[in-house]
Design a binder for this molecule. Sequence first.
Ligand code: PEP
Length: 258
Amino acid sequence: MNRKYRKTLIAGNWKMNKTPSETKAFMSELKGLLPKGRWCDIALCVPAVCIPAAVRAMRETRVGIGAENCNANPSGAYTGEISTSMLTDAGCKYVIVGHSERRAMGETDADVNAKALAALDAGLVPIICCGESLEQREAGITEEWITMQIKLALAGISEDKIRKIVIAYEPIWAIGTGRTATPEQAEEVCQHIRVVVRKLFGSKNARATTILYGGSMNEKNAYELLAQPDIDGGLIGGASLVPSKFVKIIEDANQPTA
Ligand code: PEP
């Protein structure tokens, strides 16, 4: 983390977990446990049907609610889809785009780019995910792959909007597997992402970009990961479903840094 230049963000991704009633109970427990420190931003990206309950529960807190996906079109015949203006109207601040689980369902780099642009236009913070598979890592093409994903995802984003994005590095082999990247592996790729952003948008913008690590981050390994200079927070799946575990990670993100 480097709080001098950029925001720290601890973001949860609930995936397809919890009902609206369970959301209400979770948020009430979370409120009781949240630390007083104000150093890091907190987001919870929840299933679409849980957004109203989450927004209502966290209205007076510093926890921003987010969606797990959006459609890039403003409106129309897209049965089952949700637009970015629907999300902002419902009270969302964030939206995850390009999660590997959605890419596995057919989301392309072009879709990720269109969603990121639509999110920015609507005033949402897109949490843009990238990450390599185990095969790509073992073939030694992680940097090339990440470079391509980031360049395609950020295409057409204007200079004045680039500081509103968050990038999440999530190696696919570490998501939901309990196999976390080592702090050194995670830092290496997050640092590389910053280099890519610098080449595209200049050093001041790169220095100000919040880059998260995601992939089996939990209450036991977060401290070491967050101590890395280019890891500005976490995108957390499993551990964000348990208030005490999520809060422990927030506390670790509130640690003093140089
Ligand atoms: C995720 O869903 O983005 C994620 C990182 O999941 P987990 O923390 O469970 O690996």
